[in-house]
Design a protein around this ligand. Sequence first.
Ligand SMILES: C[S@@+](CC[C@H](N)C(=O)[O-])C[C@H]1O[C@@H](n2cnc3c(N)ncnc32)[C@H](O)[C@@H]1O
Length: 158
Amino acid sequence: MLQCLILELEMVFSWLNLLAKFGFSNITGIDYSSSAIQLSGSIIEKEGLSNIKLKVEDFLNLSTKLSGFHLCIDKGTFDAISLNPDNAIEKRKQYVKSLSGALNVKGFFLITSCNWTKEELLDEFSEGFELFEELPTPTFSFGGRSGNSVTALVFQKT
Ligand SMILES: C[S@@+](CC[C@H](N)C(=O)[O-])C[C@H]1O[C@@H](n2cnc3c(N)ncnc32)[C@H](O)[C@@H]1O
């Protein structure tokens, strides 16, 4: 049974069809905010979705029960953790540790970031992860240079 850990609940509903198509039947969504989990729970109930479990969990202090995942998806949580004014460097390191503990070897990690460039993310996840694919995102040009407003990368745990 393919397992997926989702760190970005607002978008989870748009992921469900795609995940089902690829055979993911065991999907867990986490957030450390109980109101985010409550809101997601009420949407899940309204939509009649049964194959997703929701848990209030701090990803930086993740229960060891949350392991063995084939895929972890994040949009915005790594960014939020990075912006924490209290020891963000240490928290980013802990994020990579938690991610490593949650994923199977060869498991995939899909991150969408509005704060970090591709090169910066490659550096952040250089220990224990390798780039599998860069996903296309909108580009813009300014002052004769072009860049991306969002970075979306797929890493694979080594
Ligand atoms: C910027 S929001 C992203 C929300 C949504 N994915 C989006 O793209 O609009 C970051 C989310 O990460 C959650 N979060 C931040 N730190 C966390 C942690 N250590 N563990 C679990 N969730 C966390 C916040 O509660 C928030 O819901």
